[in-house]
Design a protein around this ligand. Structure first.
Ligand SMILES: [Zn+2]
Length: 303
């Protein structure tokens, strides 16, 4: 759990990308690194492959800017997996080396780099092109969820049953964009997903200690079973939704198009419209460190 110091970074996205590059450089036997796109302001969005298997699991974080604790969590999950792998250890009855021969994890720790920088460092992180945008005229960015164009990335995915809670103009949250997939950040995830054809996906968000797992899927028993396992591990509760379930987020788009299990995980107790205070992190890490293994095993067993 060594990456929480990045939470106060003056150059968050740059420091995260440097950390990812170092992880790749120091673990060439098991990690490969690639760029899946650029944010609106040109920051590389990086993905890490970890493992050797044919089954592929995506774990992403920080679609929503203020929910950037998810990025820290993913970096620590990677470090934790590397440690178990190197020492040939077993957790929850799972031999990690064996699992990594069957499964490949793909981590995208920072989907919305510009937004995360805005939350942490305010207007000084904004490029000349966007600095005078009307929607950025505000005193604080503590509650900001969108990207730097004021588009809520988790309302920018094209689905049959889109979210009802969208707003009409760019801003801190809820604006779905002038069209679906209008933003380079969501296109990066879309292209990666279409290329990799994942067997399952987790998107980390905050807060509320809840798991969203439904989106009108055909195999509801399978996905409920997997969500229950993750709920048991984390103690997070499963959200029950009315059909047809609505959403314009990654999970919704992924389930609709691939009919594979996908979760949205809300870490931390509910903290309101702000980033999760660092004091919650220790517990969050403990609750989530084994989630990639448990999710991968359940997805693997369900295939
Ligand atoms: Zn969110």
């Amino acid at each position: 759990m060594g990456y929480i110091n990045l939470y106060e970074s003056q150059n968050f996205s740059q420091d995260v990308n440097e950390t990812i590059c170092n992880l790749a450089r120091n673990n060439k036997d098991i990690i490969s690194l690639y760029k899946i796109g650029l944010s609106v302001q040109g920051t590389p969005i990086l993905a890490i492959n970890l493992g050797f298997g044919d089954k592929k699991i995506l774990i992403n974080a920080t679609h929503h800017a203020r929910e950037l604790m998810g990025t820290i969590l993913l970096l620590d999950q990677i470090e934790y997996i590397l440690n178990l792998y190197k020492n040939n250890l077993r957790v929850k009855g799972i031999y990690v080396r064996e699992l990594l021969n069957q499964v490949k994890f793909v981590f995208v720790p920072l989907v919305n780099p510009d937004g995360a920088d805005l939350v942490l460092n305010g207007i000084s992180s904004v490029s000349n092109e966007y600095i005078n945008s009307y929607y950025l005229r505000r005193n604080t960015f503590e509650s900001w969820k969108s990207n730097i164009r004021g588009v809520d990335l988790n309302r920018n995915y094209l689905t049959k049953y889109p979210s009802h809670d969208t707003v009409k103009i760019p801003g801190a949250k809820g604006y779905g964009g002038y069209c679906y997939f209008s933003e380079p950040e969501t296109c990066a995830l879309k292209n990666l997903t279409e290329f990799a054809l994942f067997d399952g996906a987790i998107s980390y968000h905050s807060s509320g200690e809840e798991i969203y797992w439904q989106y009108n899927q055909l195999n509801i028993e399978r996905d409920l079973h997997i969500a229950e396992k993750i709920s048991k591990e984390t103690t997070y509760s499963l959200v029950e939704e009315e059909e047809p379930v609505r959403g314009s987020g990654y999970k919704d788009w992924f389930i609709e198009n691939y009919q594979k299990p996908s979760l949205t995980m809300e870490i931390a107790p509910y903290v309101g419209e702000r980033k999760v205070p660092a004091k919650y992190y220790k517990k969050i890490f403990e609750q989530n460190k084994n989630v990639p293994f448990i999710f991968a095993r359940e997805v693997y067993l369900s295939l």
